[in-house]
Design a protein around this ligand. Structure first.
Ligand SMILES: Cc1ncc(COP(=O)(O)O)c(C=O)c1O
Length: 409
């Protein structure tokens, strides 16, 4: 929600409507004059000066942005939201608000392009990034010692699905005088509400679950802090990080089904995680809502359900791993996640290729780790796809792989 006047016809208390209703009805302030049920795409770069909506130029705002910002702020329980051209643009907006010498304390397992942006862009401008394993509570005192201005976590993390105690990290961050940012991309606004748990900023790639159809790019940051909102709105226009109106329209359309999609992603992923842990060619399954996951109790407390992402360490060679991924039919081998269609990716050569091999090895991203984004197809079809692909892997006929020691988490 930006500072412009809102004519939202659902300006009543948000407690009155549930998440799915708000996802569909909030932010409908385009329709007063025409009665259109679906908003137009405002394909205009500029606006007549002095218009009642306060718009001037699409780099600094557009009716489509305003509608989406209102809906996202509402769904994240935030006062404000700012939309960007991608998740990476949203990350850029936050870090570009810092100054040389500022310290950011980040979780050591983060999305590869976030790591690359920190290391290859912002460190050059003097922002100092330090890394920590935030699943180890013994490390929390470092949050005070390092004197960060910003603490940066993902939960669950990409790709290892570590679950971080947002409430605890928020307490320590605020004690240190730092803001806490949670990258909420893997959970989505439906499954997890970082601001209610004490985070200062909730950032997410709307390319993923929010849009949900792999047809557009976007990012957003939600906050209750006016000072951060000012910085983010400034970054949107001053750095040219604004999205395109059509992409924003597509995200808004996708968002209407977020609740129902997430429930199906979750149901399918839990079924597949259970299946995978019985497969002899799988060494470990990483899925926070399996009771064998080390942060299962935290995950069930902090998130409404599990999301659609599963990671698995395979009991195969590197070549067999690639062969398996190439043999899948319903799981497309591709970057990205969070769409209705199932995808699979090989983090070491794809999403996390920009992370140096020694760092990958230290945090646990091996050459035989795969990441599934489980879609909303029929779960039995997805399981059959995995079974067929596994059978097609050379030298992986029954009995060729010794029985696995069960150690999934
Ligand atoms: C956790 C996380 N944050 C941010 C991003 C960046 O989003 P985008 O691809 O929209 O720039 C991604 C992309 O995969 C991601 O996984």
């Amino acid at each position: 929600m930006n500072s412009r006047k809102s004519t939202d016809h659902f300006s009543g208390s948000r407690e009155e409507l549930g998440f799915a209703s708000r996802a569909i009805h909030r932010g409908l302030d385009w329709c007063e004059e025409t009665g259109a049920v679906v908003p137009p795409v405002y394909l205009t770069s500029t606006f007549r000066r002095g218009n009642p909506g306060g718009f001037d130029y699409t780099r600094s705002g557009n009716p489509n942005f305003r509608n989406l910002e209102q809906t996202l702020a509402d769904l994240e329980g935030a006062r404000f939201s700012t939309v960007f051209s991608s998740g990476v643009a949203a990350i850029t907006a936050v870090i570009a608000s810092l100054k040389s010498g500022d310290v950011v304390l980040a979780e050591e397992n983060i999305y590869g392009c976030t790591f690359r942006l920190f290391r290859e862009v912002f460190e050059k401008f003097g922002v100092r990034i330090r890394y920590l394993d935030f699943t180890n509570a013994l490390n929390f005192s470092r949050i005070v010692e390092e004197r960060p201005v910003l603490v940066w976590i993902e939960s669950p993390t990409n790709p290892l699905l570590k679950v971080i105690d947002i409430e605890q990290v928020a307490l320590w961050s605020h004690r240190a005088g730092a803001a806490l940012l949670v990258d909420n991309t893997f959970a989505s606004s439906y499954l997890q509400q970082p601001l209610a748990l004490g985070a200062s900023l909730s950032l997410f790639s709307t390319t993923k679950y929010t849009g949900g159809h792999s047809d557009c790019l976007g990012g957003a940051v939600c906050t209750n802090w006016p000072v951060w909102q000012e910085r983010l709105q400034f970054a949107q226009k001053a750095l040219g990080l604004n999205p395109a109106p059509l992409d924003v329209w597509l995200v808004q359309r996708g968002l209407k089904t977020l609740a129902i999609r997430m429930r199906q992603h979750s149901e399918n992923a839990l079924a597949l995680a259970r299946y995978l842990r019985e497969c002899p060619w799988v060494q470990h399954v990483y899925y926070p809502h399996l009771d064998s996951h080390p942060q299962f109790a935290l995950a069930t407390r902090q998130m409404k359900l599990g999301s659609g992402i599963i990671a698995a360490e395979l009991r195969l060679s590197f070549e067999q791993t690639l062969q398996l991924l190439g043999s899948l039919r319903l799981f497309t081998l591709a970057e990205s996640l969070g769409g209705v269609e199932s995808l699979v990716c090989h983090p070491a050569t794809m999403t996390h290729a920009a992370v140096p091999p020694d760092v990958r090895a230290r945090v646990g991203i091996s050459d035989t780790l795969v990441r599934f984004s489980v879609g909303i197809e029929d779960a039995e079809d997805l399981q059959a796809d995995l079974e067929t692909a596994a059978r097609s892997v050379k030298q992986l006929q029954p009995g060729a792989v010794e029985q696995r020691v069960r150690s999934e988490y």
